[in-house]
Ligand binder design. Sequence first.
Ligand SMILES: Cc1cc2nc3c(=O)[nH]c(=O)nc-3n(C[C@H](O)[C@H](O)[C@H](O)COP(=O)(O)OP(=O)(O)OC[C@H]3O[C@@H](n4cnc5c(N)ncnc54)[C@H](O)[C@@H]3O)c2cc1C
Length: 472
Amino acid sequence: MPNEYDLVVVGAGTGGYVAAIRAAQLGLKVAVVEKQKALGGTCLLWGCIPTKALLEHAHALKIVQHSKEWGISIGQSAVAIDMSRVQERKDRIVGGLTKGVEFLFKKNKIDWIKGTARLTGQGGVEVFEGDVQTLAARKEIIVATGSAPRSVPGIAIDRTRIITSDEAIHLKQVPKSIVILGSGAVGVEFASIFRRFGSEVTVVELLPRLVPVEDEAVSAELEKSFRKQGIKIHTGAKVTGATVSGAGVDVSAQLADGTATTINAEYLLVATGRGPVTTGLNAEGVGLQIEKGYIKVDELFRTSVPGISAIGDVITFGTPGHPQLAHVSSAEGIIAAERIAGQHVRPINYDHVPGCTYCDPEIGSVGLTEREAKERGLDVRVGMFPFGVLGRAKMSGETEGFVKIVADKASDDVLGFHMIGSRSTELVAEATLALRLQSTVEDLIRTIHAHPTMAEAVAEAAHATHGAALHS
Ligand SMILES: Cc1cc2nc3c(=O)[nH]c(=O)nc-3n(C[C@H](O)[C@H](O)[C@H](O)COP(=O)(O)OP(=O)(O)OC[C@H]3O[C@@H](n4cnc5c(N)ncnc54)[C@H](O)[C@@H]3O)c2cc1C
């Protein structure tokens, strides 16, 4: 006899585990199948949490490196990062959070079924780990199997010298040198971490600018700061091959001007994106529509097979693309769970999804870029305000960057916020709420921003959008 549940969730990442908790809160009997030894998926085990922990170490090191400026005396000893202590602390943080999810499962009476799931059709799931267990979902199955790093043609990841983020977060020593292929969030975050830790870092990006999904002004500011920090950058450049040689790797690339070059480094980190995980799931066997490996869903996460939903990094809507972000997977999990429990739900507005990149200086953005707004035929006006003018920025020694607002000229509606600089990943929360509440630039101007804060740059950028910031 199969074990019966209302809902069976496959995968305990930020999509799956949040969907399970929400469904249990709404009274459903829930099981989650997870093959890893810990709960939390990519975000907790190899993604958001470990990388941001390393970035906090990098930030701490930055302060210590500037100790004289802060009037802190640290004696004669050279400042150095102790990677084993760094890794220990990072692992402690990850361990605490995964245990926290286990606790939430117990609190909500969710069963964690350990093993690898295979869909068998008609609400059935087989779980393999030693013996085979059979589960039956009375209402629905949610597939939340996530994503894994993928390479580009011609580059074979060996996980030793040619690595992905999965290996980069566990490095026991600071690389002497590293080439990073790709300048999306993962690429530039590792560039910041390793540069601050002392590595020679080279970023190679195929497109003409860093962080290509961001507003062009943000890309330009990041490039300026990275170059100042000593990060080498090749944009518009194509990596054509990589050969492991002794204790390093030779990376061949064709640069923007057409010249061919070879860069030797201790590691090549391939950060060119992530592909869906459906191996062994029998997705096609049960009739799920698959597009380029992703599971096709509608706007409420229903797949082509009644009784099976899918959320998170493993899904596609067709076009446009689907953002692979932890908070997006959780938001989708909540909506899927509420729908399955019989609640009325609405589709997500993907124009209002905030994106944060925790490089130094960090980036927070939400809504349309200036170019996207213009491509949609909107008549826009923009306002920018530099953080460097603010008292709070001067006090913290973090004076780089700006807030940029894109607004509709006729209605005054805010369309997008693009911030680069210290605390931008926190400031984006205000920006996201402003979009959600369909705020105008005037609303932002009339919202009193506390002093002294970095958030004052949001109000000032709003003033600038109307023609005149007060402090610049
Ligand atoms: C280095 C890095 C940094 C990142 N930083 C951020 C960030 O700062 N902010 C952010 O929002 N996003 C970040 N992300 C992206 C974020 O981690 C993902 O978008 C998010 O984890 C996706 O969640 P998910 O639930 O869809 O899938 P996942 O978290 O990938 O979870 C899928 C789970 O399913 C399990 N699984 C797969 N197949 C089976 C099966 N057949 N049976 C049982 N279990 C199975 C897997 O073991 C895994 O635990 C980062 C990613 C990386 C790689």
